[in-house]
Design a protein around this ligand. Sequence first.
Ligand SMILES: Cc1cc2nc3c(=O)[nH]c(=O)nc-3n(C[C@H](O)[C@H](O)[C@H](O)COP(=O)(O)O)c2cc1C
Length: 261
Amino acid sequence: MQHSTGYIIGFTAAVCLVCSVFVAGSAVSLKDRQDANVILDRQTKVLIVSGLMQEGEDLSPEAVGELFNSRVTPIAVDLATGALNNEIDAATYDQQKALRDPELSIEAATNAAKVRRLPKVGIVFQVRNESGELDAIIIPIEGAGLWSTLYGYLALGPDTRAIKGITFYQHGETPGLGGEVDNPRWKSRWTGRLAFNDKWKPSISVIKGAAGSPADDPYRVDGLSGATITSRGVDSLVKYWIGDAGFGPYLANVRGAKVKS
Ligand SMILES: Cc1cc2nc3c(=O)[nH]c(=O)nc-3n(C[C@H](O)[C@H](O)[C@H](O)COP(=O)(O)O)c2cc1C
């Protein structure tokens, strides 16, 4: 049986309409679950980088939420001064969204990490031990690799100098090359090294090749082999975010005990 052109167009349009309603409906109905998964992923990354959870440990979403809420406090910080900002609800504020708002962000001076805009207010996480003492400070970090912007966290000890860990929750580097930033063995190389020298200059560097032990070689971390550009990116972005343009002023306040912790 031969169908008319009108019938074929009508039939195609009907199929497209049904499919688009189905796709749009799924996107809308799954949005809440996707948002919840993003929050869960960030919380898990913060817990891992601060050493409260082990890499690969399987906790239920409720257990992750409970551990996070009992030990981790998000704090809003004015980047320029390093002062705490009590007007912003740190639990719901989105630092990435602020970058898209000209009122809430500023253009960054040219920098090696290729950060283009800076939020006026950033979120750091204070992690406490079971006795309630400050155990770690976690700052968000981001900057250019070879193919992508890497987004992650750096965990520092309460002295703001000792590195407790590093993690990236989003990037588009090549698996097996730049993507090795996710390799737990490489990440573990950061632990126990020093972010600042004794004059408080950002001094941790990702080198080409292998560094010595944290005790012998505290300011250097192994580069990723075959991924010099990603390694350089990580080097620049870590220095940038612990430096004056990033969370340097806040970290200086923590050291000077100007910020109640
Ligand atoms: C398909 C492909 C993917 C690559 N992905 C990365 C990458 O993710 N990160 C990176 O730094 N270099 C990557 N490279 C390699 C860079 O082009 C460059 O050769 C490398 O950074 C130099 O590192 P090396 O001096 O350690 O060999 C990739 C190369 C190819 C061909």
